[in-house]
Design a protein around this ligand. Structure first.
Ligand code: OKP
Ligand code: ZN
Length: 334
């Protein structure tokens, strides 16, 4: 299977994140990419397909904020990385404010995703990697892998959060549709709900979004991923959320996966995009499922057995010592 990664995806490295009321080392590190590369061997460097596929999903004002925000933050005399600390909560009148502090809240979901001067570059090449993998599948490959780092599934049309800035799965889905592969299904098997992907395609009838994740009653992102969220308008019924309790192990996960695959089969997609997170692994430092390394091959084989052309986009997974083996195990199932 072909895989894609650009070395510029390493540059984004915030110093710390707000976690449980204190500051801790940022969990979404460049070392994650190195661990995956060590297990898979060198991956191909993507070509530059430009900003158009990104702007087909994300608002121009948000993209401008990602590009220019860190310099404006620095120019305002702020010593640390750019991070929001005030948010326009639901019900406030919308104000088009230009202060960088206001923009940081306007364009973010949480205070755990700082921006550095390098964030845009890394997020841009993460998106280029997913687009290169998509082209491999559009060209006839059975499956392709994009080492997306930073990840994408928490980012919405105009907001960052959960270590994510550009929604790589959504960018690939939209590009696939423009490329004539439709409808598209996105299967999100990261430990956390893919709120950004769900949000982007919430009222779309041409993209099915299915997600297995820790119950948002106990886990981030809390406000999304509940079982009663099923889409609206043209997208009514094209969102499927299967929240699972902390402690979930292989067999229960596999049963939920079968439910998701069955629903996707009824949607008859031209293309499957898998948002793959290895943070479902039993030893993950920020997650609470009990999937073992050997389980990933089996789970992936269940997906592969459906026969859809498949693009696998990397999302989370924070146990660097096991990350390479977990990703390699998952890809081996294809
Ligand atoms: C990103 B991905 C809770 C901190 C939560 C955000 C988790 C983002 C996960 N104290 N931090 O889905 O793997
Ligand atoms: Zn996750």
């Amino acid at each position: 299977m072909r895989g894609f990664f650009d070395p510029r995806q390493r540059a984004h490295a915030p110093a710390q994140e707000l976690h449980n009321g204190g500051f801790v080392a940022y969990a979404e590190t460049p070392a994650r990419a190195d661990a995956i590369l060590a297990a898979l061997g060198p991956l191909e460097t993507p070509a530059d397909r430009g900003e158009a596929p990104i702007l087909a999903v994300h608002d121009a004002a948000y993209v401008d904020f990602l590009k220019t925000g860190p310099a404006r933050w620095k120019a305002a005399g702020r010593p640390g990385d750019l991070v929001g600390y005030i948010w326009p909560i639901v019900g406030r009148r919308p104000l088009a404010l230009d202060r960088i502090d206001a923009l940081a809240g306007r364009f973010s979901l949480d205070a755990a995703t700082p921006l550095t001067a390098d964030t845009w570059t890394s997020a841009y090449w993460s998106a280029q990697s997913v687009l290169a993998a998509l082209d491999a599948v559009l060209g006839g490959d059975r499956a392709a892998f994009a080492l997306c780092r930073p990840p994408g599934h928490h980012a919405g049309r105009d907001y960052l959060g959960g270590y994510c800035h550009l929604n790589t799965a959504a960018i690939a889905a939209q590009a696939a549709i423009f490329g004539g592969m439709a409808p598209v299904a996105i299967l999100d098997v990261d430990y956390h709900h893919g709120n950004g992907t769900q949000d982007i395609f919430w009222n779309r009838g041409d993209v099915f979004f299915a997600s297995l994740h820790a119950d948002p009653a106990t886990d981030y992102p809390f406000y999304w991923g509940h079982a009663d969220e099923t889409g609206e308008g043209a997208g009514d019924g094209t969102t499927l959320n299967l929240p699972l309790p902390q402690g979930t192990t292989r067999d229960a996960f596999r049963a939920a996966l079968a439910t998701a695959l069955d629903r996707i089969a009824r949607f008859a997609p031209d293309l499957l995009i898998v948002s793959y997170g290895a943070d479902t692994w039993a030893g993950d430092p920020i997650s609470r499922f009990g999937i073992e390394t050997a389980d990933y091959r089996l789970l992936a084989a269940d997906i592969a057995a459906c026969g859809w052309p498949t693009l696998i986009a990397m999302e989370g997974g924070y146990a660097c010592d096991a990350l390479g083996a977990n990703v390699a195990g998952f890809l081996s199932g294809f």
